[in-house]
Structures are given as C-alpha cells and as structure tokens.
Design a protein around this ligand. Sequence first.
Ligand SMILES: [Zn+2]
Length: 236
Amino acid sequence: MSTRIVKYDNDILGLDQGMVRAFLILGKEQALLLDAGVERDPGFPELIRQATDLPVSLCLSHSDMDHIANAGDFDRIFILSSEKKRLLAQKPELSDRLIEIDEGYEFDLGGRKLSSIHCPGHTPGSLALLEEERSLLLSGDTVSYGPVYMFGKGRDDKAYLETLVRLEEMYESGAFQSIYPCHNSCPIDCQAITELIECIKGIMDGSLSGVPTSMRDQEGRRVLEYHVGKSGIYHI
Ligand SMILES: [Zn+2]
C-alpha cells in the first residue's frame, strides 16, 4: 500500500490511501495532520517530510482502524478525551503520547486557527475541526458521502442525529461553507448534512428501507445500505 498526496485548496494536502484520506493542514509555523491512514505505510513520515518542513502534530478524528494505522510515527497525538479509551483498547502503546482535548480546543498553526468540535454518534469521541476564517469544516467520518458506517460497537444513532442537526445549524449560521471529509468526494457542501439527517431519521423511525450488502456485523447480522440523495448510511 502506498499513500498518495492530493492537493486541495486552503493549504490542505490529502494523504490518500484509496478508501480513506488523512489531511495535512499547513500553517505558517506548524502543520497538523488529521488522521493516520488505514494501512501501515513505512513511507508515511517521509511523505510528510517531503510535503512540509514544519513540525507536525497528529490529531485523530476518531479511533476507527481506518484512521489510526500510522499513528505510532508521531510523538504528539491529540484526541478527544471521550475517545481515548477506545483508541487505547486498540493501540495501548500510544498511551504516553496522547494529549487529551475537549470541545473548543484551539490549534494555532501560525496564521491559521482551527477549533475542535465534539461530534458524538459515529463514535463517542468523534471530532471535527472548524476553521472559521476559511469557512471550512474537516468532518472526519461524521459527514461524508460515505456511506457512513453506523453499525458495530460505539455507534449511537440518537447522538449522531443530534450532532448532524448541530452541524446544520452551524452551517446555517455561517460558520462554514465547505466540508472536507475523510471518505468519498472532497470537498463537499452542506447538502450531505441535510441528506444524512433525513437518512438517520428514516432509519430510526423505520420509514426508510435499506438494501442488503455483503457485510455482516460482529453478531453475524446482515448490514443494510440506506440512501437519501447522494448520501448513505450502513446500518443493521
Ligand atoms: Zn473511516
């Protein structure tokens, strides 16, 4: 597996591993890497060194295995406190490098500031990064054309709906205009949030029907794919 660099607007680089991407956000004094890929790539640190000579810290949008594979390459790893336990269950060796943060933590990269938003639902301590000055949201897995995985341990439909409604309100109040997700198309607009709200509501109240996929959950139950517009959710 090799990682490919993709250039986006706003001094953001994507570290693309096919099914998932991490983001390298470049400030004037520091760079912040959001997530660390799905597969171990020994070339990961070198790729980052070629992209920037700024000091780089890692921030994890959440602890699903497709976002943490190369986390061990970094000395400082920011994570929401509500996600720490879940990460350490998979990678206990990272414990002494974790820096626990909460909602509203500000990353000052020199010339640009991003703040953390707690987005429970996909996982308990899912995080998004908001950069108000550039009107952008790095949404992790909370918002994408996915489909978003909402089955298995740690998922919470009600919390996810509340998070999406909050993000839609933030969008409507002008906090951001474009969204940089870790999966599928990038960047995307707020339509995805509106569609995901309708989708998770339809799953919760039973008004939406899903199409069977080839996936099964840990208990052997068939995973269904639900769709509204371009957005989708995998759910039991
Ligand atoms: Zn993911």
